[in-house]
Design a protein. Sequence first.
Length: 418
Amino acid sequence: MPLMSESTGTARPFAADYARQNIPSEEYYPMTDKSEGFTQTSPRGRGGKRKWFIIGGIVGVLALIGIIVGVVVSQVNKNNNNDSNSSNSSNSGSGNSTTTIKNENDPSDFDKDSRLHQSFWGFAYTPQDALLPWCGASQNNVTRDIQLLSQLTTRLRLYGANCNQSALVLQAIQDTKVDMTVWLGIYVDSNEEAYNDQVKAVEDALKTYGTDHVSGITVGNEYILNTAGTDSTTSSIYLSASKTITDKITEVKSAIAGLGLSKTLPVGTSDAGSVMSKTLGEGIDYFMANVHPWFGSVSIDDAAQWTWDFFQEFDVEPASLASNKPDVYIAETGWPTESMNATESNSGFGGPKGEASLANLQTFLDTYVCQANANGTEYFYFEAFDEPWKAQYGGVEPFWGLFDKDRTLKDVTIPTCS
């Protein structure tokens, strides 16, 4: 599996060591580019199918260890050397950031982009290169992203704690002095070692940075969907998967309680919007539901209303039946802007109103964002940036970002909400 993106151009670091103040957990996720600055990534390539549960599975066959090590070394060298020689035209050149640094010694001193407005309740965010086993995420790149995203929202959610991302994000919030909180994530699959390492990394980050900028901890993302598929919420496989998640939530709560933090953090899970149930609700503090009108095969004109209706029926109502009344959020909602191929470029509705396009993204922004804010829906827009590493999955998967992978705003107008 390749790095999420490869870096080209000249790194532009902050002059001071502001970002290296006791960054925890690097024994779990050693960073390959501590001294690098903002990486200028190559123009957007074409990409594929979205499946978040791929992060956890790392090859364990002993016969392949030598090959894996060779690949890791090769990829890390590419990332660190900023090699401008590319074998593919889609991996050459450099993009433009929407944030201008005014003072390289002070990341809180940056110019704002007049096109951006703090209109979104929250954003789903994955740092660039936060992918096992390479872990090329850098503090400077994460800080750049926080500067950018702070102009759009005051809330972020992460998907996992791989590659030290909890600490990197909290450090960036601290350094930029922006008004932002984050729901940390712990990714769950069959890899227990990776799960345990993530729990330790989250503990370490909380001990270092405290809870002022942390709103919760999300254990798992689409674990139940991946395990139980579309089985009913009363099937044995669904109940087993739900118990796995609620047991891990209990473990995480116990581990966090032992830290003696200044406040009690809620611990919940994120999954497909269709898997919420009273049974699951009893074992969690909150549920984050992925609710995508694109996958509902609806017209863009109906997408905003469909999202509201689906969320109310399949998530809000089941949560209200649980005795503890867990909070519910929309974990992901959005609209893709293009596809790798024509056969997967339509939601299934047919015609232009079902296309992955900038025009339809604009319609979704115009009909959902401010309206959701007004009706009290707590949602995380999916997503901040295009993710080229998902090209391996085909279709629209890499192209859900409001920005392209170079952190350049797509040709859309951000709504201004009163």
